[in-house]
Design a protein around this ligand. Sequence first.
Ligand code: ATP
Ligand code: MG
Length: 502
Amino acid sequence: MQTLHASKCGLSTAQLPSYILDVIDSLTRAGYEAYIVGGGVRDLMLGLNPKDFDAVTNATPSQVKEVFGRRCRIIGRRFELAHVYSGRELVEVATFRAPPKKAVTSASGMILRDNNWGTIEQDFSRRDFSINAMYYQPHKAVVLDFCDAISDIKKKTLRLLGEPLLRFEEDPVRMLRTLRFAAKLNFNIDPSILDIFTEEMTQLLRDVSPHRLYDESQKLFTMGHLYRVLPMLIEFGIWKQLFADIPPQLSAFIDRAAQNTDQRIQVGKTINPAFFYAVLLWEPFLQRVEFYQNKGVVPAEARAQAGLDVLKRQATRTIIPRFAETFIREVWEMQSRLLNPKPQQIEALSGHARFRAGFDFLLLREKSGDNTTQGMGSWWDAYQNMGYDEKEKAISAYNRQRAKTRRKAADTDNAKNNVNAPVHAEVAQIEPLVKETPVRNRRSRKPRTNNDPASLADNFRSRDNSRADTPKAAAGIDHDHPILKRKRVQRDLTQVVFGPTQ
Ligand code: ATP
Ligand code: MG
């Protein structure tokens, strides 16, 4: 173990926010050892801006609770931690951990329970990478380095503590962390890791809960180096584990969206990780829409069912929370609205809660060479910067163009079928983008196939049951059918509050 002088490592208390100093101070005053550890120390040493600061102590979670009282909450079962509120911030305070006992690992060696308190030396060897295992005591102005992490910092090398094979088996998420830190810090991965980081090894991720994998995928999307990490995910076979149905290729659209995400983070803009999921799943979504349309399902219902299918498949790998799923489906649904808006709805649409995300998505598609957007990305871009009169003119011009295109399409149809195309009455009111699926009743659940028209009618019942072009009408389901009598939850989307990244 070497004791480094904080000042020689470029560290000073002036860099530290008061919330972490307060936590370290309070624990020290209560007679415990307390350090800042992990990404906070690492990033400061590398001259980066730490995302947060984690604390570690020899006090057990209940002793931490005694020190902080109501400001402290004990969380986690597999990995018990104290959450301490300091001002408006939350600090994770972990207790030194000893090696796990054999009895609490799975057959494949994965650690299932990990609440064995220990010493600082034991705690250090439990951490993943050397550069994440430096303990900084700000008041003593020292950094405790048990594994010559300082050399790895200088050499820009990511080195796992202990035997890499064993460390990946213990916790397969460390594979994702390897790629995340290599991309974020622009570090080399040590050869001892590369030797064992095979595609076969990535199969271990199958045992990790899809909830945890969603959290990790979010960290990958929001670390500011998404563009750099994506090819690495493919190269190491992690992509297949995270996104089963997304071909492991980086389309121009995905690339552009990744660059855009990184740029937004660089300039301090918020990003919603669900947006990037919407990008990744866009191709599988379009293919699924086509599948339903080829079966004769009307476009709106094909889109709705395809959205549900694609998200359901993705949930086998990463469980996207419900609010994020709704966001994704809304962004997709916005694409058709923005592509072919009813002239009376244009202004209202531009003020819709999901307009911004839908428009960004459309523009990214367009700028990455997707000409199916028919230039509407640029149209909306220009529209938003117009004054009232200009907007009126733009809408009239759009309307004339639309009528022309429609006439042409109708003429072609007439020539083909010799029938008149149906004329829909236009309404200025905007319908909800996504119709939530009704809560399923276990007792009434019957096995159904995906293309069963009754199942479609169940999921996507239109408010207007009189429309003749829905599959339920096609299937001859009348208004008294029990499916139509089931209650469904209608959500007012303007009231939906999204997560902190929104
Ligand atoms: P960042 O917060 O910048 O993403 P970090 O290194 O702080 O990076 P956290 O997930 O906040 O990562 O974890 C804090 C510390 O806890 C890590 O630096 C590491 O020492 C330890 N740690 C976290 N996850 C693991 C893991 N899966 N295996 C071993 N140690 C881990
Ligand atoms: Mg951290």
